[in-house]
Structures are given as C-alpha cells and as structure tokens.
Design a protein around this ligand. Structure first.
Ligand code: G4P
Length: 534
C-alpha cells in the first residue's frame, strides 16, 4: 500500500490556461524541456488554431488531431510525476477546456502583461472558482512594455475575483526589464534574453538594503524595488500555502516564457506547493485517492473524423486505487462490467500502452460508443463523480432534417456527437424539435460535416434568438410542473431529460425570475453551488 501512497503523493495533475496568444504553448514547451520529455524547442506542435482558420474547420480538426497527441503530457521533474493536461486554445472549444478543468488538481494561469486579463480568462477562472481549484498566476512577456505590475494585480483581483500574492517582483519592464526579485527565496534573478535552456543567473540578497543590489541593478532600480517591496508587504498578506490549496489566494510570478526566464522558478514552486490528488465528490460520498478500489471518470471524448480511421478515444481520470489493463471495471451508468485491453498514454506523437495507472493519471481508452462525458468507472460501487457540469450554450439553432430517408441515422448521429460533447442537444417535447446549443459557430459546421460523412445524414440549422438555456429546479414540484406547462413554448429537455428554460433575452430572464420566485434558474447543469442567475 505504501508504494501506492508514494505514487499518489508524487503526482501533480494540472492544466495551463490562458487567453490565446498569452504564451501557453511556449510555457508548456519549456516545462517539457525541463522535464526532459522533449529535447528541442519546437517539438510540441502548437494546438493553436490560427484565427484565419475559423471558417476552415477541417484545418481545425487537423489541429485537434495534433492535440490528441498532446492531450496529456507526462514528465518528471525532481522525482515529481507531472501530468499536464492540454486545453484547446480556440474559444469555440471552450467547453472542452471547462471539462478538462474538472480533471485537474490545480492550474497555472498565464496572463500577457501587455493585454492583462482577457475575456476568455475570466470564464476559465469562473470554472476554477466553482471547484476551488488552486491557481498559480504567471505574468508573461515581461520583455515587452506592459501594464504596471500593481495595476495588473488589481486587475487580477477585480476581474477574476481571487486574492493574489506576488511571490516575485519585476524590475523594470520591456527593453528595460532587468529581472525579478523572488520575494519567497529572497533571490535576485537577472534577466538575460535567451530562448535556449540555460541556467538563470541568481544572486542571493536576503536584505534589500544590501549594497549588492545597487551594484547588480543600479541605484535607481534598487531604490524602486525597495519601495515596491515595502508596498507589497504592506498591502498583500503573507503567502499562506493552505489558502492557496483551497483556492482562496493565488501566488503570482513574473517572467518571459519565450526567453525561458522565470520558468524554472515557476516550475519549482509548482512542485513545492501544488496539490497531489485529493478527495473528490460523488453523488454518494467523497472518494479519497488512497482508497484501494479503483474509481475514475470520463471527462473528454475525442473522435477521429477521418472515415477511414474512425475511432473514439475516451479519456479517464483515475481518482482512487489502481487502474489495471485487462481488469474488469464497473460502468455505473450502463451497469455493466467492461475491460480495456489497450489503454494508452500519450507523449508528443508516441502512444504507449499502459499496464497500470494511479490517481491523478489520465489514460485514453478506445471506445466503441460505451462512454458519455461524466461516466464513472468503479470496482462495483454505484456512484457518479460530481463536478462535470454542462454550461449554458451561447448560440442556439434548430436542427432541420433535410433527408427524411435518413431520420434514424440523423438521430443516432446527433445523439453520439452530443455525447462526445461537441454540442448540447435540447429537445422540445411538444414539437419534438431538436435544438443544438454551442459556444461557437464552428461546432455547427463540425456537426453538419460529421453527420454527413459518418452517418450519411444531412441537416440544416435554423438560427434561434435565445440568450441562455437555464436549468430549472424548485422545492415545490407542483410549481415547477405548472411553470413548465405555462411556458411550454420556451421549455426544452436536455440529454438527461432535465428541463431547461430558453430565455430570449437577459431582460426576459430577469422578468421571469421575478414572476416565478419559487423557480430556480441555473446556468450550469450541476446545482451543488446553487448558481442562481443574478
Ligand atoms: P498560446 O499557446 O497561449 O496561444 O501562445 P504561444 O505560446 O503560442 O505564444 C504566442 C506568441 O507569443 C508567440 O509568438 C510566442 O513566441 C510569443 N511569446 C510567448 N512568450 C513570450 C514572451 O515572454 N515574450 C514575448 N515577447 N513573446 C512571447 P508568435 O509570433 O505568435 O509565434 P511564434 O512564431 O513566435 O511561434
């Protein structure tokens, strides 16, 4: 058992999140270089989808193909086994990212010092907050003229609703960037622009009044640093690791990914403070990683759209016990035993069969249609892992069948695609209309193409002017039934047959909430946080 405990404690499973172009790919690559998982820069294919390609989804699918290979990047650093889960950069695939965040134990958030906190980052942080995911912030591109660091910290706190605590502090910025002072280790790290893997230059300065500081960075910058540090110590409370682990406070680092500056410092702090796998909620109880029996859940399904190599890979996050190849596990939704002969891990372009996996690990399993996102595997216990919600889509269209001879294929196709998480499907009971909801326009193209090529079915989409889909609950069942009946024109049912209210505008939603105080409206399909629309 203690061998398993060691395996759990040395694992850290996380994701790097950022607005596109902030530097996620660059940072990932530097981490992999440190971990020895790749030898040369450029080895990680960017899964970034070029903005120009928004109407060319085949190109995007190709990129997605690449991103399967980088779905989970495992590397070791200082005897810590790190599972880095990749998240798609393109905003139309934001939902994939939200789901991936349910499978990690912490995140590193990359912010561009020139642009500050951007829209997509706000949404991603919302998901982290829902689960109290610990966050470390890396403010990148310090070699460029960016915003004032104090302003950046304020922006992080105001836009991301999280308390921050700088653990390093920049000296100058842009062309005048001299380095950072590590407030935790009391070390001055001097900046030398370099994209290769080099040791940074460190000078230990315990006391900022040491004349060595003036010698290293000049009197003017030394004085400014002393003032800044005094201000930081006055304004921000001392860093409390326990509060970081509960997601209350985010330590902040400054650096430059492309110059490999501040990256090692970030990685080493990550190793020191980031949590190993912890207990996770299910519908019946909390499962601890140290439990003997294997449990895990599916958080992502990837389908290869090439009709010649049609296959699906379901990604399982192991939560407790030990996953073993060829052992039978219990699929709690289908209530049947399944075993997996070819579970794989991915690294760069290599696919390796795994014999066993431990809590924190993610494995890919070939799937012939057994899995839906959120499915749970156990050794017999009936339970579901919680925390894999659906979010209200932002674009809604009605699917119109254009080939009545292929109705069955269309139904099967759309069911399977929505199970993969490509989009959400809502059905209007009264008319049997099928409403597809997504976060981006791109998914409609993907759906149309895949329905035709994989299922031989064709359809068109009729735009619908809805603002949000709100899942409905009420303590008063009679009132809820009454509401559903009265508003039947605006009610549809999700994949689990849960009712949603399709609100045409924010204003209508507010009004409806006022009119029906006993009905709760939720923007996610999981209500443990009881997120009621304002
Ligand atoms: P992403 O995955 O978050 O989308 O960002 P990515 O790492 O691809 O970085 C986006 C751009 O920012 C890249 O330039 C990258 O070289 C640059 N970059 C990353 N870190 C830094 C940094 O610390 N300083 C500066 N000045 N730039 C940085 P690109 O021109 O879009 O691509 P490339 O041709 O350089 O790869």
């Amino acid at each position: 058992m203690s061998a398993i405990l060691d395996e759990i404690h040395r694992r850290k499973t996380f994701a790097i999140i950022s607005h596109p172009d902030a530097g996620k790919t660059t940072l990932t690559e530097k981490f992999l270089l440190y971990g020895g998982a790749i030898q040369t820069a450029g080895a990680v294919k960017s899964n970034k989808i070029k903005k120009s390609a928004t109407s060319d989804f085949m190109e995007i699918e190709k990129q997605r193909g690449i991103s399967v290979a980088t779905s989970v990047m495992t590397f070791e650093y200082q005897n810590t086994l790190i599972n880095l889960l990749d998240t798609p950069g393109h905003k139309d695939f934001a939902e994939d990212t939200y789901r991936t965040l349910t499978a990690v134990d912490s995140v590193i958030l990359v912010v561009d010092c020139v642009k500050g906190v951007e829209m997509q980052t706000e949404r991603l942080m919302e998901v982290c907050r829902m689960r109290n995911t610990p966050v470390i912030v890396f403010i990148n591109k310090m070699d460029r003229d960016g915003k004032d660091p104090f302003d950046l910290l304020d922006e992080l706190e105001q836009k991301l609703f999280i308390k921050v605590r700088p653990l390093s502090w920049p000296i100058g910025g842009g062309k005048l960037f001299k380095g950072v002072y590590n407030l935790y280790d009391h070390r001055l790290n001097l900046f030398r622009a370099s994209s290769t893997k080099v040791e940074e230059e460190f000078v230990s300065i315990d006391n900022l009044n040491d004349a060595e500081l003036d010698k290293q960075i000049g009197e003017h910058d030394a004085e400014k640093l002393r003032e800044d540090v005094e201000l930081i110590d006055g304004v921000y409370e001392t860093f409390d690791e326990a509060k970081y682990k509960t997601g209350e406070i985010a330590p902040v680092f400054f650096g430059s990914g492309v110059n490999n500056f501040g990256v090692r410092e970030l990685l080493e702090t990550f190793i020191r403070i980031a949590p190993s796998p912890r207990g996770r909620n299910t519908d019946t109880r909390v499962v601890q990683p140290t439990e003997e029996k294997m449990t895990g859940f599916i958080f992502k399904i990837h389908a290869n759209i090439d009709p010649n190599h049609r296959s699906r890979i379901a990604f399982l996050r192991v939560c407790s016990g030990k996953f073993e190849r060829n052992k039978f596990f219990y699929h709690t939704r289908l209530k049947k035993e399944l075993r997996f002969s070819n579970p794989v891990t991915f690294m760069a372009s290599d696919k390796n069969i795994v014999e066993d996996a431990y809590p924190g690990d993610v494995i890919g399993m070939n799937d012939t249609g057994n899995f839906k996102i959120g499915d749970t595997l156990t050794e017999g216990e009936q339970m579901y892992f919680k925390g894999i919600p659906s979010f209200s889509p932002e674009i809604f269209k009605e699917m119109v069948n254009t080939d009545p001879m292929k109705t069955k294929q269309l139904e099967k196709g759309i069911r399977q695609l929505t199970e993969e998480g490509v989009a959400q499907l809502f059905t209007v009971h009264t008319t049997q209309a099928k409403i597809i909801g997504t976060v981006g326009e791109l998914q409609f193209e993907v759906i149309q193409y895949r329905l035709l090529h994989e299922y031989g079915a064709s359809c068109q989409f009729k735009p619908l002017q809805y603002y949000k889909a709100c899942w409905l609950t009420s303590d008063n069942t009679a009132k809820l039934t009454e509401f559903i009946r009265t508003k039947s024109n605006y009610i549809a049912f999700d994949k689990d047959d849960k009712p949603v209210f399709l609100a045409s505008s924010e204003w209508i939603l507010r009004l409806t909430q006022q009119d029906y105080p006993e009905i709760h409206f939720h923007l996610t399909s999981e209500f443990n946080r009881d997120e009621v629309v304002a």
